[in-house]
Design a protein around this ligand. Structure first.
Ligand SMILES: [Fe+2]
Length: 172
C-alpha cells in the first residue's frame, strides 16, 4: 500500500470530522437500521466510508452512464458501510498502525513473530474477515443483496461497480 496514502488515512483516523451537510447526505442514502450501523463504526471508519462515497459521487457522471439510478444508490450505500465488518474488532489506532507497518515492511522472522502477538494478530484477523462479516451485517441492517455483495468483494472486485468501489476505497 502507498505510504503517503496510508499516512493520510492515519491522519483522518486520528482527526475525523463529519459536517452537518455530510450527516444530511448520509440520512438521504441509508435507511434507519443501516444508519444505526454506520453510527456504530468508529469515527475514523465513518469518515473513511464517507470519503469513499463522496469520491464515487464526484464520479457520478462517469458512473451513471454505466449503472442505473438504483445501482448507483446501492454503490453509495456500500461505500458508506464497506468497512462496517471491523466494528466487532474494536481496533485501536495502534493496532491499525501496526497492520499498516507490517504490510509495508518486507517479511522477516522477527516480523512473523510480531504477527502472532495477540494485539497484532487481532488487527490481521480483522483485515482478513471484515469484508464477509460486513456483508452479513449490512444484510441484517436490511440492505439489498447487491449492497452485501459489493461490501463482500470490496477487496476482491469482479464487476465494474465493485472495481469502482475498490478504486474509491484505495484513494480515500
Ligand atoms: Fe476494507
Amino acid at each position: 500500500m502507498r505510504p503517503l496514502y496510508r499516512l493520510r488515512q492515519c491522519w483522518k483516523a486520528i482527526f475525523p470530522r463529519i459536517t452537518a451537510a455530510d450527516a444530511a447526505w448520509i440520512q438521504s442514502l441509508l435507511p434507519p437500521a443501516a444508519r444505526a450501523l454506520f453510527l456504530r463504526m468508529n469515527p475514523g471508519g465513518r469518515r473513511h466510508g464517507l470519503d469513499t462515497a463522496r469520491m464515487l459521487s464526484a464520479w457520478e457522471n462517469h458512473i451513471r452512464s454505466r449503472l442505473s439510478a438504483a445501482e448507483y444508490k446501492e454503490l453509495l450505500q456500500a461505500a458508506l458501510l464497506h468497512d462496517c465488518g471491523k466494528i466487532p474488532f474494536r481496533l485501536t489506532v495502534g493496532q491499525r498502525a501496526a497492520r499498516v507497518l507490517l504490510e509495508a515492511l518486507p517479511p522477516s522472522p522477527r516480523l512473523n513473530a510480531l504477527r502472532r502477538r495477540p494485539y497484532v494478530a487481532q488487527a490481521l484477523t480483522a483485515a482478513a474477515a471484515h469484508a464477509a462479516l460486513g456483508a452479513e451485517m449490512a444484510g441484517r441492517a436490511g440492505l439489498s443483496r447487491e449492497v452485501q455483495t459489493l461490501i463482500a468483494r470490496h477487496h476482491q472486485p469482479q464487476t465494474p461497480a465493485e472495481h469502482l468501489l475498490a478504486q474509491a476505497d484505495d484513494i480515500c
